[in-house]
Design a protein around this ligand. Structure first.
Ligand code: FEO
Length: 397
């Protein structure tokens, strides 16, 4: 297969990773891609590389277009190893005239590869370089999602090479958004945002405002993972705006684990009540659901409920896992509560409540504890909690 020409004289030369299933805690059910782009001009430029084990794929693609030793410039939009892992080998082979990166990128490259002798050239937001017929403009996007991250914009082609932003972890033989099922594509983009970019939402808002202020025309967005946007550029930009505003709907996610099904009975009672109140509900049992799917469901949910029985004066370990993960992702503007059964000491609800407070979730009610196995009578406390949560969700419309 020849490398795909995404714009005249600009080629996708990346690699397909059909097998990857775990991206530091984020479950990928359909692999991912490491996108790299080659611009053929008076100066030949390679934008990003690929994960270290995929260097052969990158070289195979490059060789079909040009002898890689003819490449003049490397442009490092992002230093994370899935894009820079092959950088040392490529520098060794190509011996580039210049390697362009942000100031933070230079620091990160040196700290990763201990390469003070590489021809690193720092570019800042607003800087541009001419490749001949094409001009590359740089825009630093610090903390989206690493300090070094930046975008490259090729004005003549209205092409934004966007590093991790707007990506999806989805490996396909297709390269463009209009070649795949739109609903599946958006689901992958949403999961990617929820699990990678959510903590940086205020910066995404600033970036979108900055891009609008710059008035640049974008008809194609080429991220470093997944499909290239050329049909639905407006759609993905609007989705990023909505997700980064943390816009939610009348929806609750009940995240729980259970030992002998008593906490599950409580979760079901809360779920039934919310449904009766017209609230959309997702029950996520941490024994079967993955933390990254929980994060995705929480992206548009107004309420988060956490449930666990007490085990050894604490909570069940899978609940500790999801709490740690969600704290890092920083969902904001949610309401919530904790619940759980217990045998004698009953610390779990207090621990879950504290976790919600640390996540800046607005607490609703007191949290519900039930000793040992719930009865129809004792479950009324869960019904009341469900009603309170429904009221809190509706009051924030
Ligand atoms: Fe795809 Fe932040 O690396």
């Amino acid at each position: 297969m020849k490398p795909i020409e995404i714009k005249k004289n600009i080629y996708w030369v990346g690699a397909l990773d059909w097998k990857l299933r775990d991206f530091h805690g984020y479950a990928l059910n359909k692999g991912t891609t490491y996108n790299a782009f080659l611009v053929m001009d008076e100066k030949i430029a390679l934008f990003d590389t690929v994960k270290v084990g995929f260097k052969g794929d990158l070289l195979h693609n490059l060789h079909q277009i040009v002898d890689p030793t003819k490449i003049d410039y490397l442009i490092v939009n992002h230093v994370e190893m899935d894009h820079s892992g092959s950088l040392p080998a490529m520098v060794e082979l190509i011996k580039p005239e210049k390697i362009f990166c942000s100031a933070m990128g230079k620091k990160a490259i040196i700290e990763h590869f201990h390469c003070e002798d590489w021809p690193l050239v720092v570019v800042n937001s607003g800087d541009s370089i001419s490749l001949g017929a094409k001009t590359v403009h740089f825009l630093e996007t610090r903390m989206l999602h690493w300090p070094d991250s930046m975008f490259s914009y090729i004005a003549e082609d209205k092409l934004l090479i966007s590093s991790d932003a707007f990506g999806q972890h989805w490996c396909t033989s297709e390269r463009f958004d209009d070649e795949v099922n739109e609903a599946e594509l958006m689901a992958h983009a949403e999961k990617y945002y929820a699990n990678i970019l959510l903590p940086f939402s205020p910066l995404v808002q600033k970036l979108l405002a900055k891009v609008a202020e710059m008035g640049i025309e974008i008809d194609t967005i080429a991220p470093d993972h997944g499909l290239i946007w050329r049909k639905n550029v407006a759609g993905i930009l609007a989705s990023y705006d909505r997700w980064s505003r943390q816009e939610t709907k009348d929806k609750a996610v009940i995240v729980y684990d259970t030992m002998w099904e008593s906490t599950e009975k409580m979760a079901k009672a809360i779920c039934r009540t919310l449904m009766q109140e017209g609230i959309s509900v997702k029950m996520m049992n941490m024994h079967v659901d993955h933390r990254s799917d929980v994060a995705t469901e929480i992206l548009d949910a107004k309420a988060i409920l956490l449930g666990s029985p007490t085990l050894n004066n604490g909570i069940l370990p899978r609940m500790a896992d999801i709490i740690s993960y969600l704290k890092g992702l920083k969902p904001r503007g949610r309401v919530g509560a904790a619940f759980g059964s217990y045998g004698w000491s009953g610390e779990a609800v207090g621990i879950l409540t504290k976790a919600l407070e640390e996540m800046k979730v607005e607490l609703v009610g007191e949290g519900v504890k039930i000793k040992n196995v719930p009865t129809h009578e004792s479950l009324k406390a869960c019904v009341e909690l469900g009603e309170l949560i429904a009221k809190a969700i509706k009051s924030q419309e």
